[in-house]
Design a protein around this ligand. Structure first.
Ligand SMILES: [Zn+2]
Length: 249
């Protein structure tokens, strides 16, 4: 046994003491920390091909002839190039995100990141660095951790990419996006993100993989991507754990 294996074994055992293995969806007993029980696993609505190459939303029909875009990707193209997510944000995915975010089940980050690696394979292959969507500082203080960074870090480490949480800053507090119209959301986020002056050189010409826990309308990711591109990034892709299915498709 290698020393780091022993250490990892120890870390796992320590983690199991803090978080007895329980299902990330329903809280029932499981074998593996952060894993899903068979029932929750089967109810997780994984996003699979065919999907819109821009928004990563599931498409009803497989065109069989190259990429077909969702109606929204044509009517309302995002600032980011491509978005991918593991699952639709309902039932099991919603419960997982809730446990992770509000019940401090930080042990779920590793399992969620593992799934994100698979869904984001194409994006990771071309990314130069991984950047989490930042929180404004008082919100960070209240929550004590940035859930996006907790997912982005293991994704970057496993992909062998630089983890760059300081390339993008949230410089303005924003109201909660819930209940705002699409235009209202965009307005609420105006000027919320900025690439710090001293980080601009580090961002020039890089293709960024932006990471967050959930994509709701894409407004937050768009605002973050716009700031990154203004700051010198050549392109931005978006990888999240869950995606709220868009009514426009
Ligand atoms: Zn379960």
């Amino acid at each position: 046994m290698q020393p780091h294996d022993a250490l990892r074994g120890f870390a796992r055992a320590a983690l199991a003491l803090v978080y007895p293995p329980s299902c990330a969806g329903c809280g029932g007993a499981t074998m593996d920390p952060g894993a899903l029980c068979p029932s929750c696993w089967s109810s997780l609505r994984l996003i699979e091909a065919p999907l819109c190459p821009r928004y990563g939303t599931p498409l009803a029909l497989d065109p069989g002839i190259g990429p077909l875009y969702s109606p929204r990707a044509i009517a309302d193209p995002p600032v980011f190039d491509r978005a991918r997510a593991v699952a639709l944000y309902d039932d099991t995915a919603r419960r997982m995100v809730h446990r992770f975010k509000y019940e401090d089940r930080l042990d779920l980050a590793s399992a969620m990141a593992r799934m994100m690696m698979a869904s984001g394979r194409e994006l990771l292959a071309e990314a130069d660095c991984v950047v989490p969507v930042p929180l404004y500082r008082w919100r960070l203080w209240r929550r004590r951790f940035n859930q996006a960074a907790l997912l982005a870090r293991p994704v970057a480490r496993r992909a062998g990419l630089p983890f760059e949480p300081r390339l993008l800053a949230r410089v303005r507090a924003t109201r909660p996006q819930v209940g705002l119209s699409r235009a209202g959301r965009a307005e609420n986020l105006q000027g919320a993100f900025r690439v710090p002056q001293e980080r601009r050189a580090a961002l020039q010409g890089r293709r960024v993989l932006l990471v967050d826990d959930v994509t709701t309308t894409g407004a937050t990711a768009n605002a973050a991507a716009r700031a990154l591109i203004r700051g010198g990034a050549i392109a931005v892709d978006l990888l999240t754990f869950a995606l709220v299915a868009d009514p426009l498709g």
